[in-house]
Design a protein around this ligand. Structure first.
Ligand code: SAM
Length: 187
């Protein structure tokens, strides 16, 4: 079976992240990506997790405690656009993941926004190590999603080929608006 965008993002993370790495979950939500990243980096690594909603941070904190993965995760209830306040510029980041859109089973009016997503991407790309990956799972079926999708695509398309490989991964025959994946690799 060909993996969907979310599953393929996890496959790429598994192929890239090793014990001791420093990584970023830019949209913690219900913690699915945070748990995977925490497992991959192990106790010697660090996951920096960001979400603006208390509900997301609390849910994820509980899941991390139940799975014994709290030690390697720092959760911040603040926007990913503030990543530079938390992650020093000299820190080498192995991977970062964004899931755009709203919190599943949460308030559908609280969504990621193109402007702040791109601010965050710029800061993270500065810190990305060679062969590191930034993954963006783009959900855009909700109100406001299309504007963000276009902004992020325009940003990604303009990244210089000398420095980055940029992949778009999506099904082209599916109904509705299935999410797609953008993968940015630092050369
Ligand atoms: N990765 C999550 C998971 O595995 O459950 C799903 C994330 S959900 C699609 C998007 C999340 O982004 C929401 O929880 C929302 O609160 C959060 N969000 C919105 N704006 C944000 C921002 N500026 N910085 C960080 N998180 C933000």
């Amino acid at each position: 079976m060909i993996e969907n965008a979310l599953r393929y993002s996890h496959t790429l993370l598994k192929n890239t992240v090793v014990r001791g790495d420093k990584v970023i979950d830019a949209t913690v939500g219900n913690g699915g990506d945070t748990i995977l990243l925490a497992t991959l980096v192990g106790q010697t690594g660090t996951v920096y997790g960001f979400d603006i909603q208390e509900q997301a941070i609390q849910t994820t904190k509980e899941k991390l405690m139940l799975t014994g993965l709290s030690e390697q995760v720092e959760l911040y209830q603040q926007g990913h656009e503030t990543v530079a306040d938390i992650v020093p510029e000299k820190t080498e980041i192995a991977a970062a993941i964004f899931n755009l859109g709203y919190l599943p089973k949460g308030d559908k009016s609280i969504i990621t926004q193109g402007k702040t997503t791109i601010q965050s991407l710029n800061e993270i790309l500065l810190r990305l190590r060679k062969s590191g990956l930034v993954l963006i799972v783009v959900y855009y079926g909700h109100e406001g999603g299309k504007t963000e999708k276009e902004a992020v695509l325009t940003f990604a398309e303009q990244l210089p080929q000398e420095s980055f490989n940029v992949l778009q991964y999506n099904f082209i025959n599916q109904r509705n608006t299935p999410p797609f994946l953008l993968a940015i690799e630092k050369k």
